[in-house]
Design a binder for this molecule. Structure first.
Ligand code: ARG
Length: 461
Protein backbone atom coordinates (compact mmCIF):
# COMPACT_ATOMS: atom_id res chain seq x y z
CA UNK A 1 0.00 0.00 0.00
CA UNK A 2 1.57 3.32 -1.03
CA UNK A 3 1.18 6.13 1.49
CA UNK A 4 -1.84 8.08 0.30
CA UNK A 5 -0.81 11.17 2.30
CA UNK A 6 2.01 11.99 -0.11
CA UNK A 7 1.26 9.49 -2.91
CA UNK A 8 1.09 12.25 -5.53
CA UNK A 9 4.85 12.81 -5.64
CA UNK A 10 5.87 9.14 -5.56
CA UNK A 11 6.02 6.42 -8.20
CA UNK A 12 6.79 3.52 -5.89
CA UNK A 13 5.59 2.69 -2.42
CA UNK A 14 7.83 2.93 0.62
CA UNK A 15 10.15 0.01 1.25
CA UNK A 16 8.62 -2.17 3.93
CA UNK A 17 11.66 -1.97 6.18
CA UNK A 18 11.93 1.79 5.69
CA UNK A 19 8.29 2.14 6.59
CA UNK A 20 8.81 0.37 9.89
CA UNK A 21 12.14 2.13 10.45
CA UNK A 22 10.70 5.61 9.98
CA UNK A 23 7.45 4.99 11.85
CA UNK A 24 6.90 6.42 15.31
CA UNK A 25 3.33 5.37 16.01
CA UNK A 26 4.37 2.57 18.37
CA UNK A 27 5.55 5.22 20.82
CA UNK A 28 4.04 8.57 19.82
CA UNK A 29 0.48 7.23 20.22
CA UNK A 30 1.10 8.16 23.80
CA UNK A 31 0.42 11.79 22.76
CA UNK A 32 -2.91 10.91 21.13
CA UNK A 33 -5.08 12.99 23.44
CA UNK A 34 -2.77 15.98 23.08
CA UNK A 35 -2.90 15.53 19.30
CA UNK A 36 -6.70 15.42 19.33
CA UNK A 37 -6.88 18.55 21.48
CA UNK A 38 -4.49 20.28 19.13
CA UNK A 39 -6.70 19.30 16.15
CA UNK A 40 -9.85 20.45 17.93
CA UNK A 41 -8.32 23.88 18.51
CA UNK A 42 -7.07 24.10 14.94
CA UNK A 43 -10.46 23.11 13.46
CA UNK A 44 -12.33 25.59 15.64
CA UNK A 45 -9.86 28.31 14.65
CA UNK A 46 -10.29 27.51 10.93
CA UNK A 47 -14.06 27.72 11.42
CA UNK A 48 -13.70 30.99 13.31
CA UNK A 49 -11.75 32.66 10.46
CA UNK A 50 -14.08 31.22 7.79
CA UNK A 51 -11.65 28.77 6.18
CA UNK A 52 -13.83 25.80 7.23
CA UNK A 53 -17.64 25.71 7.20
CA UNK A 54 -19.51 25.24 10.43
CA UNK A 55 -20.65 21.85 9.16
CA UNK A 56 -17.06 20.74 8.54
CA UNK A 57 -15.97 21.90 11.99
CA UNK A 58 -18.85 20.05 13.64
CA UNK A 59 -18.11 16.88 11.71
CA UNK A 60 -14.43 17.10 12.65
CA UNK A 61 -15.21 17.65 16.32
CA UNK A 62 -17.66 14.77 16.56
CA UNK A 63 -15.33 12.51 14.58
CA UNK A 64 -12.44 13.38 16.90
CA UNK A 65 -14.62 12.75 19.96
CA UNK A 66 -15.43 9.26 18.74
CA UNK A 67 -11.78 8.55 17.93
CA UNK A 68 -10.71 9.86 21.32
CA UNK A 69 -13.13 7.48 23.05
CA UNK A 70 -11.93 4.57 20.95
CA UNK A 71 -8.29 5.32 21.82
CA UNK A 72 -9.17 5.60 25.53
CA UNK A 73 -10.87 2.22 25.34
CA UNK A 74 -7.77 0.75 23.72
CA UNK A 75 -9.71 -0.17 20.60
CA UNK A 76 -8.11 2.14 18.04
CA UNK A 77 -6.56 0.27 15.09
CA UNK A 78 -3.06 1.83 15.08
CA UNK A 79 -1.25 1.20 11.82
CA UNK A 80 2.52 1.35 11.32
CA UNK A 81 1.84 1.99 7.62
CA UNK A 82 0.40 5.35 8.66
CA UNK A 83 3.71 6.26 10.33
CA UNK A 84 2.76 8.35 13.32
CA UNK A 85 0.00 9.34 15.71
CA UNK A 86 -0.92 12.38 13.61
CA UNK A 87 -1.50 10.52 10.35
CA UNK A 88 -3.24 7.62 12.07
CA UNK A 89 -5.80 9.92 13.61
CA UNK A 90 -6.25 12.03 10.48
CA UNK A 91 -6.72 8.95 8.26
CA UNK A 92 -9.27 7.47 10.63
CA UNK A 93 -11.09 10.81 10.80
CA UNK A 94 -11.29 10.94 7.02
CA UNK A 95 -12.48 7.34 6.87
CA UNK A 96 -15.28 8.30 9.23
CA UNK A 97 -16.38 11.74 8.02
CA UNK A 98 -15.07 11.97 4.47
CA UNK A 99 -13.89 15.25 2.92
CA UNK A 100 -14.12 17.34 6.08
CA UNK A 101 -11.39 15.11 7.52
CA UNK A 102 -9.18 15.92 4.55
CA UNK A 103 -9.67 19.65 5.19
CA UNK A 104 -8.42 19.51 8.81
CA UNK A 105 -4.77 19.81 7.75
CA UNK A 106 -5.38 23.16 6.01
CA UNK A 107 -2.83 25.75 7.16
CA UNK A 108 -1.04 23.25 9.35
CA UNK A 109 1.90 20.86 9.10
CA UNK A 110 2.89 17.88 11.17
CA UNK A 111 5.89 19.99 12.11
CA UNK A 112 3.96 22.59 14.09
CA UNK A 113 1.47 19.91 15.11
CA UNK A 114 4.06 17.65 16.74
CA UNK A 115 5.83 20.57 18.38
CA UNK A 116 2.51 21.66 19.89
CA UNK A 117 1.59 18.13 20.98
CA UNK A 118 4.89 17.62 22.82
CA UNK A 119 4.53 20.92 24.63
CA UNK A 120 1.03 19.95 25.74
CA UNK A 121 2.46 16.62 26.85
CA UNK A 122 5.36 18.14 28.81
CA UNK A 123 3.00 20.63 30.42
CA UNK A 124 0.90 17.75 31.79
CA UNK A 125 4.04 15.83 32.76
CA UNK A 126 5.32 18.74 34.84
CA UNK A 127 2.05 18.83 36.79
CA UNK A 128 2.25 15.10 37.36
CA UNK A 129 5.88 15.10 38.47
CA UNK A 130 5.47 18.14 40.72
CA UNK A 131 2.50 16.62 42.51
CA UNK A 132 4.62 13.54 43.37
CA UNK A 133 7.53 15.78 44.37
CA UNK A 134 5.27 17.71 46.72
CA UNK A 135 3.95 14.48 48.22
CA UNK A 136 7.57 13.54 48.87
CA UNK A 137 8.26 16.92 50.46
CA UNK A 138 5.27 16.46 52.76
CA UNK A 139 6.62 13.04 53.75
CA UNK A 140 10.03 14.55 54.50
CA UNK A 141 8.45 17.17 56.76
CA UNK A 142 6.62 14.43 58.66
CA UNK A 143 9.84 12.46 59.14
CA UNK A 144 11.93 15.52 60.05
CA UNK A 145 9.40 16.77 62.57
CA UNK A 146 9.01 13.42 64.30
CA UNK A 147 12.78 13.20 64.84
CA UNK A 148 13.83 16.85 64.98
CA UNK A 149 16.14 16.36 67.97
CA UNK A 150 17.51 12.89 67.30
CA UNK A 151 21.30 13.22 67.24
CA UNK A 152 23.43 11.53 64.61
CA UNK A 153 26.96 11.99 63.29
CA UNK A 154 27.28 14.50 60.46
CA UNK A 155 29.84 13.48 57.88
CA UNK A 156 32.25 15.09 55.48
CA UNK A 157 34.36 12.71 53.37
CA UNK A 158 32.14 10.08 55.02
CA UNK A 159 34.27 10.58 58.15
CA UNK A 160 32.71 11.74 61.41
CA UNK A 161 32.65 15.53 61.30
CA UNK A 162 30.24 17.14 63.77
CA UNK A 163 27.02 16.01 65.39
CA UNK A 164 23.83 17.02 63.60
CA UNK A 165 20.17 16.29 64.14
CA UNK A 166 18.35 13.73 62.04
CA UNK A 167 15.64 16.31 61.35
CA UNK A 168 18.29 18.64 59.97
CA UNK A 169 19.59 15.95 57.65
CA UNK A 170 16.10 15.21 56.32
CA UNK A 171 15.50 18.93 55.80
CA UNK A 172 18.65 19.04 53.67
CA UNK A 173 16.93 16.53 51.37
CA UNK A 174 13.82 18.71 51.46
CA UNK A 175 15.81 21.69 50.16
CA UNK A 176 17.08 19.66 47.20
CA UNK A 177 13.58 18.64 46.16
CA UNK A 178 12.30 22.16 46.69
CA UNK A 179 14.82 23.49 44.17
CA UNK A 180 13.86 20.68 41.79
CA UNK A 181 10.20 21.74 41.90
CA UNK A 182 11.32 25.34 41.29
CA UNK A 183 13.27 24.18 38.25
CA UNK A 184 10.25 22.38 36.79
CA UNK A 185 8.07 25.44 37.36
CA UNK A 186 10.65 27.59 35.65
CA UNK A 187 10.87 25.17 32.74
CA UNK A 188 7.05 25.28 32.48
CA UNK A 189 7.24 28.96 31.53
CA UNK A 190 9.19 28.14 28.38
CA UNK A 191 7.04 25.09 27.61
CA UNK A 192 3.91 27.20 27.77
CA UNK A 193 4.33 28.76 24.29
CA UNK A 194 2.30 27.57 21.28
CA UNK A 195 4.03 26.66 17.98
CA UNK A 196 0.76 25.97 16.12
CA UNK A 197 0.53 28.29 13.12
CA UNK A 198 4.20 27.98 12.19
CA UNK A 199 3.04 25.28 9.73
CA UNK A 200 5.93 23.48 8.00
CA UNK A 201 8.49 26.20 8.78
CA UNK A 202 7.48 29.52 7.21
CA UNK A 203 3.93 30.09 8.41
CA UNK A 204 0.84 29.81 6.23
CA UNK A 205 -1.01 32.04 3.74
CA UNK A 206 -4.39 31.30 5.36
CA UNK A 207 -5.84 34.07 7.55
CA UNK A 208 -5.20 32.10 10.76
CA UNK A 209 -5.92 33.51 14.20
CA UNK A 210 -3.19 32.18 16.47
CA UNK A 211 -4.55 34.00 19.51
CA UNK A 212 -7.78 32.06 19.06
CA UNK A 213 -5.93 28.72 18.97
CA UNK A 214 -3.74 29.77 21.89
CA UNK A 215 -6.78 30.44 24.04
CA UNK A 216 -8.36 27.14 23.05
CA UNK A 217 -5.26 25.24 24.15
CA UNK A 218 -4.61 27.35 27.24
CA UNK A 219 -1.08 28.37 26.25
CA UNK A 220 0.40 31.50 27.76
CA UNK A 221 1.88 32.86 24.50
CA UNK A 222 2.48 32.03 20.84
CA UNK A 223 5.93 31.42 19.37
CA UNK A 224 7.51 34.49 17.77
CA UNK A 225 9.39 32.81 14.90
CA UNK A 226 8.05 30.00 12.73
CA UNK A 227 11.49 28.47 11.96
CA UNK A 228 12.34 28.31 15.64
CA UNK A 229 8.85 27.10 16.53
CA UNK A 230 9.08 23.85 14.54
CA UNK A 231 12.71 23.09 15.37
CA UNK A 232 12.94 24.01 19.05
CA UNK A 233 13.12 21.14 21.47
CA UNK A 234 15.11 22.88 24.15
CA UNK A 235 12.03 22.94 26.39
CA UNK A 236 12.23 19.12 26.35
CA UNK A 237 15.97 19.20 27.00
CA UNK A 238 15.32 21.54 29.89
CA UNK A 239 12.68 19.19 31.27
CA UNK A 240 15.12 16.28 31.03
CA UNK A 241 17.85 18.36 32.68
CA UNK A 242 15.54 19.16 35.59
CA UNK A 243 14.60 15.47 35.73
CA UNK A 244 18.25 14.37 35.70
CA UNK A 245 19.07 16.71 38.58
CA UNK A 246 16.06 15.44 40.54
CA UNK A 247 17.06 11.82 39.94
CA UNK A 248 20.61 12.68 40.96
CA UNK A 249 19.23 14.08 44.20
CA UNK A 250 17.13 10.96 44.75
CA UNK A 251 20.22 8.82 44.10
CA UNK A 252 22.09 10.64 46.86
CA UNK A 253 19.25 10.02 49.31
CA UNK A 254 19.04 6.43 48.09
CA UNK A 255 22.75 5.93 48.77
CA UNK A 256 22.35 7.19 52.33
CA UNK A 257 19.36 4.93 52.93
CA UNK A 258 21.33 1.95 51.65
CA UNK A 259 24.27 2.80 53.91
CA UNK A 260 22.14 3.58 56.94
CA UNK A 261 20.15 0.36 56.73
CA UNK A 262 23.17 -1.94 56.62
CA UNK A 263 24.22 -3.83 59.77
CA UNK A 264 27.40 -1.76 60.16
CA UNK A 265 25.65 1.64 60.24
CA UNK A 266 22.27 0.40 61.51
CA UNK A 267 20.84 3.93 61.73
CA UNK A 268 17.44 3.10 60.27
CA UNK A 269 15.03 0.32 59.55
CA UNK A 270 13.30 0.33 56.17
CA UNK A 271 9.83 -1.21 56.43
CA UNK A 272 9.71 -4.71 54.93
CA UNK A 273 7.34 -3.61 52.17
CA UNK A 274 10.14 -1.62 50.53
CA UNK A 275 12.67 -4.46 50.69
CA UNK A 276 13.14 -7.94 49.31
CA UNK A 277 14.86 -11.05 50.61
CA UNK A 278 17.49 -13.33 49.16
CA UNK A 279 16.77 -16.73 47.65
CA UNK A 280 19.89 -18.17 49.26
CA UNK A 281 20.81 -16.10 52.33
CA UNK A 282 17.95 -16.34 54.84
CA UNK A 283 19.07 -13.34 56.89
CA UNK A 284 18.98 -10.83 54.02
CA UNK A 285 16.68 -7.86 53.76
CA UNK A 286 17.80 -5.86 50.77
CA UNK A 287 16.95 -2.18 50.27
CA UNK A 288 15.76 -2.73 46.68
CA UNK A 289 13.68 0.41 46.31
CA UNK A 290 16.48 2.88 47.05
CA UNK A 291 18.93 0.76 45.06
CA UNK A 292 16.67 0.76 42.01
CA UNK A 293 16.10 4.50 42.17
CA UNK A 294 19.88 4.97 42.42
CA UNK A 295 20.28 2.76 39.35
CA UNK A 296 17.50 4.39 37.35
CA UNK A 297 19.29 7.71 37.70
CA UNK A 298 21.67 6.43 35.04
CA UNK A 299 19.04 6.13 32.37
CA UNK A 300 17.52 9.54 33.04
CA UNK A 301 20.95 11.17 32.92
CA UNK A 302 21.48 9.22 29.68
CA UNK A 303 18.23 10.53 28.19
CA UNK A 304 19.39 14.09 28.79
CA UNK A 305 22.59 13.38 26.90
CA UNK A 306 20.54 11.69 24.12
CA UNK A 307 18.44 14.80 23.62
CA UNK A 308 21.40 17.15 23.70
CA UNK A 309 23.20 15.00 21.15
CA UNK A 310 20.06 14.74 19.01
CA UNK A 311 19.80 18.52 18.81
CA UNK A 312 23.50 19.22 18.39
CA UNK A 313 24.38 20.69 14.97
CA UNK A 314 20.84 20.41 13.59
CA UNK A 315 20.28 23.05 10.93
CA UNK A 316 16.99 24.95 10.91
CA UNK A 317 14.19 24.11 10.70
CA UNK A 318 12.47 20.75 11.38
CA UNK A 319 14.52 17.58 10.83
CA UNK A 320 13.35 14.03 11.19
CA UNK A 321 16.00 13.60 13.89
CA UNK A 322 13.49 15.23 16.19
CA UNK A 323 11.24 12.20 16.06
CA UNK A 324 13.89 10.61 18.27
CA UNK A 325 13.04 13.02 21.10
CA UNK A 326 10.01 11.08 22.25
CA UNK A 327 11.27 7.81 23.68
CA UNK A 328 13.89 9.45 25.92
CA UNK A 329 11.36 12.05 26.99
CA UNK A 330 8.60 9.56 27.77
CA UNK A 331 10.92 7.24 29.65
CA UNK A 332 12.24 10.21 31.62
CA UNK A 333 8.69 11.12 32.66
CA UNK A 334 7.86 7.53 33.67
CA UNK A 335 11.11 6.86 35.50
CA UNK A 336 11.08 10.14 37.38
CA UNK A 337 7.42 9.88 38.26
CA UNK A 338 7.71 6.34 39.59
CA UNK A 339 10.92 7.09 41.50
CA UNK A 340 9.34 10.12 43.18
CA UNK A 341 6.27 8.04 43.93
CA UNK A 342 8.35 5.27 45.55
CA UNK A 343 10.23 7.81 47.65
CA UNK A 344 7.05 9.64 48.65
CA UNK A 345 5.70 6.34 50.00
CA UNK A 346 8.95 5.23 51.63
CA UNK A 347 10.45 8.35 53.25
CA UNK A 348 7.77 8.99 55.90
CA UNK A 349 7.80 5.24 56.72
CA UNK A 350 11.51 5.17 57.63
CA UNK A 351 12.09 4.02 61.21
CA UNK A 352 15.17 5.75 62.71
CA UNK A 353 17.21 4.07 65.45
CA UNK A 354 18.17 7.01 67.70
CA UNK A 355 20.34 5.00 70.13
CA UNK A 356 22.51 3.67 67.33
CA UNK A 357 22.88 7.09 65.76
CA UNK A 358 23.80 8.54 69.15
CA UNK A 359 26.43 5.87 69.78
CA UNK A 360 27.85 6.45 66.33
CA UNK A 361 28.04 10.19 66.93
CA UNK A 362 30.07 9.50 70.08
CA UNK A 363 32.73 7.82 67.97
CA UNK A 364 35.18 9.83 65.92
CA UNK A 365 35.57 12.91 68.17
CA UNK A 366 32.57 14.70 66.71
CA UNK A 367 32.82 17.52 69.28
CA UNK A 368 36.49 18.35 68.62
CA UNK A 369 35.52 21.57 66.82
CA UNK A 370 33.34 22.50 69.80
CA UNK A 371 36.38 22.24 72.08
CA UNK A 372 38.38 24.44 69.72
CA UNK A 373 35.55 27.01 69.67
CA UNK A 374 35.48 26.84 73.50
CA UNK A 375 39.19 27.68 73.65
CA UNK A 376 38.65 30.58 71.25
CA UNK A 377 36.05 31.94 73.66
CA UNK A 378 38.75 31.65 76.37
CA UNK A 379 40.99 33.89 74.30
CA UNK A 380 43.08 31.56 72.12
CA UNK A 381 43.51 32.31 68.40
CA UNK A 382 41.62 29.63 66.42
CA UNK A 383 44.77 28.11 64.85
CA UNK A 384 46.31 27.59 68.29
CA UNK A 385 43.08 26.11 69.63
CA UNK A 386 43.04 23.73 66.63
CA UNK A 387 46.51 22.53 67.59
CA UNK A 388 45.63 22.05 71.27
CA UNK A 389 42.55 19.99 70.40
CA UNK A 390 44.57 17.97 67.88
CA UNK A 391 46.83 16.91 70.78
CA UNK A 392 43.83 16.00 72.90
CA UNK A 393 42.35 13.91 70.07
CA UNK A 394 45.62 12.07 69.56
CA UNK A 395 45.61 11.23 73.28
CA UNK A 396 41.97 10.10 72.95
CA UNK A 397 42.80 7.83 70.02
CA UNK A 398 45.62 6.19 72.03
CA UNK A 399 43.40 5.80 75.09
CA UNK A 400 40.31 4.89 73.08
CA UNK A 401 38.33 7.54 74.91
CA UNK A 402 36.14 10.37 73.66
CA UNK A 403 36.95 13.96 74.68
CA UNK A 404 33.87 13.95 76.92
CA UNK A 405 35.23 10.87 78.71
CA UNK A 406 38.48 12.56 79.81
CA UNK A 407 38.89 14.00 83.30
CA UNK A 408 39.07 17.75 83.82
CA UNK A 409 42.71 17.33 84.91
CA UNK A 410 43.58 15.52 81.71
CA UNK A 411 41.91 18.23 79.64
CA UNK A 412 43.66 20.99 81.61
CA UNK A 413 46.91 19.23 80.73
CA UNK A 414 46.27 20.31 77.12
CA UNK A 415 45.41 23.89 78.08
CA UNK A 416 45.21 25.54 81.46
CA UNK A 417 42.20 27.76 80.62
CA UNK A 418 39.91 24.74 80.42
CA UNK A 419 37.42 24.62 83.30
CA UNK A 420 34.46 22.42 84.31
CA UNK A 421 32.04 24.17 81.95
CA UNK A 422 33.90 22.48 79.07
CA UNK A 423 31.67 19.44 79.45
CA UNK A 424 28.66 21.49 78.33
CA UNK A 425 30.18 21.83 74.88
CA UNK A 426 31.69 18.36 74.74
CA UNK A 427 28.27 16.69 74.92
CA UNK A 428 26.47 15.97 71.68
CA UNK A 429 23.35 17.78 72.94
CA UNK A 430 25.38 20.89 73.79
CA UNK A 431 27.08 20.82 70.42
CA UNK A 432 23.90 20.72 68.31
CA UNK A 433 22.02 23.15 70.56
CA UNK A 434 24.82 25.71 70.18
CA UNK A 435 24.34 25.92 66.40
CA UNK A 436 21.18 27.93 66.71
CA UNK A 437 20.96 30.29 63.76
CA UNK A 438 19.04 30.22 60.49
CA UNK A 439 20.19 27.12 58.63
CA UNK A 440 21.83 25.60 61.73
CA UNK A 441 21.32 22.13 63.17
CA UNK A 442 19.89 23.05 66.63
CA UNK A 443 16.55 21.30 67.17
CA UNK A 444 14.80 24.64 67.71
CA UNK A 445 16.08 25.87 64.35
CA UNK A 446 15.10 22.64 62.65
CA UNK A 447 11.54 22.99 64.01
CA UNK A 448 11.47 26.56 62.73
CA UNK A 449 12.70 25.44 59.30
CA UNK A 450 10.02 22.75 59.18
CA UNK A 451 7.28 25.24 60.09
CA UNK A 452 8.45 27.70 57.42
CA UNK A 453 8.68 24.94 54.82
CA UNK A 454 5.25 23.59 55.68
CA UNK A 455 3.64 27.02 55.40
CA UNK A 456 5.30 27.59 52.03
CA UNK A 457 4.31 24.17 50.73
CA UNK A 458 0.69 24.81 51.70
CA UNK A 459 0.80 28.26 50.12
CA UNK A 460 2.07 26.94 46.77
CA UNK A 461 -0.36 24.00 46.94
N1 ARG B 1 6.54 11.82 13.50
C1 ARG B 1 7.15 13.09 13.31
C2 ARG B 1 7.91 13.50 14.58
O1 ARG B 1 7.69 12.91 15.59
C3 ARG B 1 6.12 14.12 13.01
C4 ARG B 1 6.59 15.24 12.15
C5 ARG B 1 6.97 14.73 10.82
N2 ARG B 1 7.22 15.81 9.91
C6 ARG B 1 7.79 15.56 8.75
N3 ARG B 1 7.98 16.57 7.98
N4 ARG B 1 8.21 14.37 8.41
O2 ARG B 1 8.72 14.39 14.58
Amino acid sequence: MSNTLWGGRFTESTDEFVQAFTASVTFDQRMAQQDINCSRAHARMLGHVGVLSEQDVNDILSGLAAISAEIEAGEFPWSVALEDVHMNIEAELTRRIGDAGKRLHTGRSRNDQVATDIRLYVRDAIDLVCSQAKRLQTGMLTLAEAHADVIMPGFTHLQTAQPVTFGHHVMAWFEMIKRDVDRFNDCAKRVDVMPLGAAALAGTPYPIDREFSREQLGFNAVTANSLDAVSDRDFAIEFCAAAAITMTHLSRMAEELVLWSCAQFDFIELPDRFCTGSSIMPQKKNPDVPELVRGKTGRVNGHLVSLLTLMKSQPLAYNKDNQEDKEPLFDTVDTLHDSLCAFADMIPAIIPKPENMYMAAKKGFATATDLADYLVRKGLPFREAHEVVGNAVRFGVEQQRDLSEMTIEELQGFHSTITDDVFDVLTLEGSVASRSHVGGTAPAQVRQAIATARAELERTG
